[in-house]
Ligand binder design. Sequence first.
Ligand code: UFG
Length: 363
Amino acid sequence: MTSNRLLPWTPPYVAYFTLRLARITLKRLQSRWANVSKASILVTGGAGYIGSNTVQLLSLQGYDVTVVDNLSRGYRHNVDPDRLHEIDLAETQTLADLLKKRAIDAVIHFAAYIAVGESMKVPEAYFSNNVVGSLSLLTAMLLAGVKKIVFSSTAAVYGMPLQIPIKESAPYAPVSPYGESKVMVEKMLGWFDQIHALRSVSLRYFNASGADPAGHIGEEHEPETHLIPLIFRAIETGIPVTIFGTDYETADGTCIRDYIHVNDLAQAHILAVESLFAGGASGAYNVGTGVGYSVLEVIRAAEQITGKKIPFDIRPRREGDPPTLVADPTLLRSTFGWTSHYDLRDIVSTAWNFELKRKLARV
Ligand code: UFG
């Protein structure tokens, strides 16, 4: 309304400059996107489960990807050998040299130990690898002048949250050295943002699961502690999978989790890094679907998809397991336009497809 009324009075030079400004903005946007599509990204932990899926998706979307992994938990077969640099996070100067040599624009940082139970036995390993390792990486980034990072965080930063679904504003309350190590890095990132203008996006994953639909990359942890791969082991060996506790205050008494497909997670990293390229601010975001399933529901879904009976036995609760962990993913959706494309059935069937391919490769 207002602009229509003003238009006839707009002097020609204002219209001319408005047009020019619009053209420049368009050109800048075009060149920004051209740059983005050629951006050079370093992925630490790129030989691991979520890291290698993200590397695959980044390459498909035209990014120039360099992988750093010390192969202590990742697998060589997950990465194209031309991309892989076997470097430990502790090697600050080597990392800085690589960042410079490869003209890296941003880092996506996965490399970390991830087993909650193990962290309760050897906390020193978690603080050393996850916290000191991250500090070394951040120092290398400063040395090389790289000021953008996407960080692999976790729902474990919330501990036993009081409100479900969990919002990012819930307080930090980790109940394991693993969760604490991620809180410490998130806090470091806050200070690096304030003091060094190093921008970061921390993605707090809920239960990463599933495999890439082609069946090349899936969960291969050793020892395996995650529910879905352990269900498949029960099918293979006939040894029952354990259900840790049926006395929780949930509908069927077993724990509820928010299972998020690894490709949906990978896509969240790409949107996050693109937001940093577009000048976005630092922040922390939940990555989950907003829908929770109980352990028994996951077992039933696996029975339907595989057509096999899954043997299970019931044992007492596992230490440190919250009854329910479900994300409120609103912030991620509204900020990045992210949405999950895979549900529990897709998660279980892609994971099963991966298991079958792995089994075929073994025989
Ligand atoms: N569970 C069993 N039997 C098993 C393994 C798991 O009953 O043999 C149950 C657990 O008690 C839990 C659920 O299945 O209720 C999922 O357990 P996982 O071990 O697969 O995953 P967690 O929920 O313990 O933890 C995962 C990641 C964490 C992350 C968390 C966020 O490993 O890093 O999701 O939700 F913090």
